[in-house]
Design a protein around this ligand. Structure first.
Ligand code: PLP
Length: 413
C-alpha cells in the first residue's frame, strides 16, 4: 500500500504538486489520471521551459547570427546532449530528434532497413507490438517482397524465447521489439534478446516508448542498434521524441526526408548532405519540444530512476491485487515482469462502457485496443480497460478505480 501522503522514496506530495493539470475536477469529482501510457501530464518545469523559450528565446536554429537564434540553437543542441545523457549514449551525434517513436521507427525502416531488404528477406517483430512497430515494416516488406515474421507470446504475455531463436534466420535483416508492452505491461528480456540477435549478426531496434518513462535506460549497456521513444510519454511535450542510433549505422544511412537544414550545399546538379544527426532533421525542428523534453528528462532524473521504478512497481502490484478482487475481473497479460500498465476486462461489460462509467467518476483510463490489435486478437478480446501509472499516482487513485469498477458492476448487474 502506498499512502498518498506518507514518505516514500518519492516525495509524493511534492511530485503531485508539480503537475498542475491534476489539480482539477472532472464531472464534479477530483481528477484521477490513470492514462499515462497514452500520454503523461506535464510538470511545471516542462511548462516553464517551453514558455520561457517562446517568451525570450524564440528564433530558428542553426541559421541565424543574431543573439536569439544563437540562444535557440544552444538550447536545442543542449537538449540533444540531455537526451544523450539520459539514454547513456556515447555521443550526442547518435541522437536524432523526431516527432516521436512512430517517426523514429519509420526513419529506421526507410533509411537503414530499406537498402538492405531484398525479396525473401525477413523482418522479425513480436506479437505484442504497437501498430507503430508493425505497419512501417508491413509497408516496407510489401515494397521489397520481404516477409514479416512474428515471435509468438504465451498466455501470460511473455515472448516465447525458444520461438524467437528459431525465427532468427539468415534472412532476418532486423529485429524490432518493444521493451515494455503498452497493451500488456510486459517487460521483455531485452538485453538477452539483443545479445541473441547479435550473436547471429542481426541488428535490433528497441521500441522504448513505454520503457523510458519507467526504467533506467543505458543504450551502451543494452548494446541496441537503435532505440526509439516519445517525449510525451515521459512527461515531455507532444510532437517530439528521439531515435538513438549507433554512430556507425547513422553514418551509413541515406537521408530520410529532404529539405532545409539537412544539407551542406545545394545546387541543381548536386546536393551534399550534413552528417548525422542533422542529415535526418530536415526543416525547422520542434525547438520548443526539444527544450521541453530536456526539462522532462531532467525532472525524471531529479526523482531518480530507481525511486520511480519502485513507486510504480508497488502501484502496479497493488492495483493488480485489488482489481482482481472485483467480481468477473480478468487480467489480460500477467507476464513475469511488468511495468506501467494493467490491462483487464470485466465479464459481461464492454471496456468502453467501463471507461465511460469511470469517467463519470473522474477516473481517466483507456478503453480500446491500445493500437495493438494483433495482441488483442491473441487473447480473443477486441478491447481491454487499461489503467496506467505515472509518478503522480497513489493508492488513493487505485481506490477510486476500484470503486468505479464496483459501480460498473452494479450498473450492469
Ligand atoms: N510504441 C509503444 C509501445 C507505444 O505505447 C506507443 C504509443 O502508445 C508508440 C510506440 C507510438 O508512440 P507515438 O504515438 O508517440 O509515436
Amino acid at each position: 500500500m502506498i499512502p498518498a501522503t506518507a514518505a516514500t522514496a518519492l516525495d509524493f506530495a511534492r511530485v503531485r504538486a508539480d503537475f498542475p493539470a491534476l489539480d482539477q475536477e472532472v464531472h464534479g469529482r477530483p481528477l484521477v489520471y490513470l492514462d499515462s501510457a497514452a500520454t503523461t501530464q506535464k510538470p511545471t518545469a516542462v511548462l516553464e521551459a517551453i514558455d520561457n523559450f517562446y517568451r525570450r528565446d524564440c528564433a530558428n536554429v542553426h541559421r541565424g547570427v543574431h543573439t536569439l537564434s544563437q540562444r535557440a540553437t544552444v538550447a536545442y543542441e543542449s537538449a540533444r546532449t540531455a537526451v544523450k545523457e539520459h539514454l547513456g549514449a556515447r555521443d550526442s551525434r547518435e541522437i536524432v530528434f523526431t516527432r516521436g517513436t512512430t517517426e523514429a521507427i519509420n526513419l529506421v525502416a526507410a533509411s537503414f532497413v530499406r537498402p538492405r531488404l531484398g525479396a525473401g528477406d525477413e523482418v522479425l517483430i513480436s506479437a505484442m507490438e504497437h501498430h507503430s512497430n508493425i505497419v512501417p515494416w508491413q509497408l516496407l516488406c510489401a515494397e521489397r517482397g520481404a516477409n514479416l515474421r512474428v515471435i509468438p507470446i504465451d498466455d501470460r504475455g511473455d515472448v516465447i524465447l525458444e520461438e524467437y531463436e528459431r525465427l532468427l534466420s539468415e534472412r532476418t535483416r532486423i529485429v524490432g521489439i518493444t521493451w515494455v508492452s503498452n497493451a500488456l505491461g510486459t517487460v521483455n528480456p531485452i538485453r538477452e534478446m539483443i545479445a541473441t540477435a547479435h550473436s547471429r549478426g542481426i541488428p535490433v531496434l528497441v521500441d522504448g516508448a513505454q520503457a523510458v518513462p519507467h526504467l533506467a535506460v543505458d543504450v551502451v549497456e543494452l548494446d541496441c542498434d537503435f532505440l526509439a521513444f516519445s517525449g510525451h510519454k515521459a512527461y515531455g511535450p507532444t510532437g517530439i521524441g528521439a531515435l538513438y542510433g549507433k554512430r556507425a549505422h547513422l553514418l551509413e544511412m541515406p537521408p530520410y526526408q529532404g529539405g532545409g537544414d539537412m544539407i551542406l550545399s545545394v545546387s541543381f546538379e548536386r546536393t551534399v548532405y550534413q552528417e548525422p544527426p542533422h542529415r535526418f532533421e530536415a526543416g525547422t525542428p520542434n525547438i520548443a519540444g526539444a527544450i521541453g523534453l530536456a526539462a522532462a528528462l531532467s525532472y525524471l532524473e531529479g526523482l531518480g530512476a530507481e525511486a520511480v521504478a519502485d513507486h510504480e512497481r508497488r502501484l502496479l502490484d497493488e492495483a493488480t491485487r485489488k482489481v482482481l478482487e472485483v467480481p468477473g475481473a480478468r487480467l489480460i497479460g500477467s507476464a513475469r515482469h511488468r511495468a506501467g500498465a494493467l490491462s483487464f476486462v470485466l465479464d459481461g461489460i464492454h471496456p468502453h462502457d467501463i471507461g465511460t462509467i469511470l469517467d463519470a467518476e473522474g477516473v481517466a483510463v483507456r478503453a480500446g485496443h491500445h493500437c495493438a490489435q494483433p495482441v488483442m486478437k491473441r487473447y480473443g478480446v477486441s478491447a481491454t480497460v487499461r489503467a496506467s501509472f505515472g509518478v503522480y499516482n497513489s493508492s488513493d487513485d487505485i481506490e477510486a478505480l476500484v470503486r468505479g469498477l464496483h459501480t460498473a458492476r452494479e450498473v450492469f448487474s
